[in-house]
Ligand binder design. Structure first.
Ligand SMILES: [Mg+2]
Length: 92
C-alpha cells in the first residue's frame, strides 16, 4: 500500500476531504495575496516558497483522494476531456 492509501486509512476519508478543502483555502490565500500585488513587482522568494508549499500540500491531498475507489479513473477521464477543450481554446 502507498503512503497515500495509508494516510486515508489512518485519518479517514471525511477527515481527508476536510483537509483537502483546508489546503485549497491555504493555496487560495497565497495565490490571492500574490495576485493582488502591483503587477510590476516580482514575487519574493518567500512568496514563491509559500505558494509552492501550498501547492505541495494540495498535491499530497489530491494524491490521497485519487486512491479512493474509482476516483483516479474518473478524474483522468474528466481531465482528458477538459484538456481537449483547453487545447481547442488556446489553439483558436
Ligand atoms: Mg497547507
Amino acid at each position: 500500500m502507498s503512503i497515500y492509501t495509508n494516510a486515508i486509512k489512518y485519518f479517514g476519508v471525511f477527515n481527508q476531504f476536510l483537509k483537502t478543502a483546508e489546503e485549497c483555502a491555504e493555496l487560495q490565500k497565497e495565490l490571492i495575496k500574490a495576485a493582488l500585488k502591483d503587477c510590476t513587482e516580482e514575487l519574493s522568494p518567500q512568496e514563491i516558497n509559500n505558494i509552492c508549499e501550498e501547492l505541495a500540500d494540495l498535491e499530497i491531498m489530491i494524491s490521497q483522494l485519487r486512491t479512493l475507489n474509482g476516483f483516479a479513473k474518473k478524474i483522468d477521464a474528466i481531465k482528458k476531456l477538459k484538456l481537449k477543450r483547453l487545447k481547442g481554446l488556446i489553439n483558436a
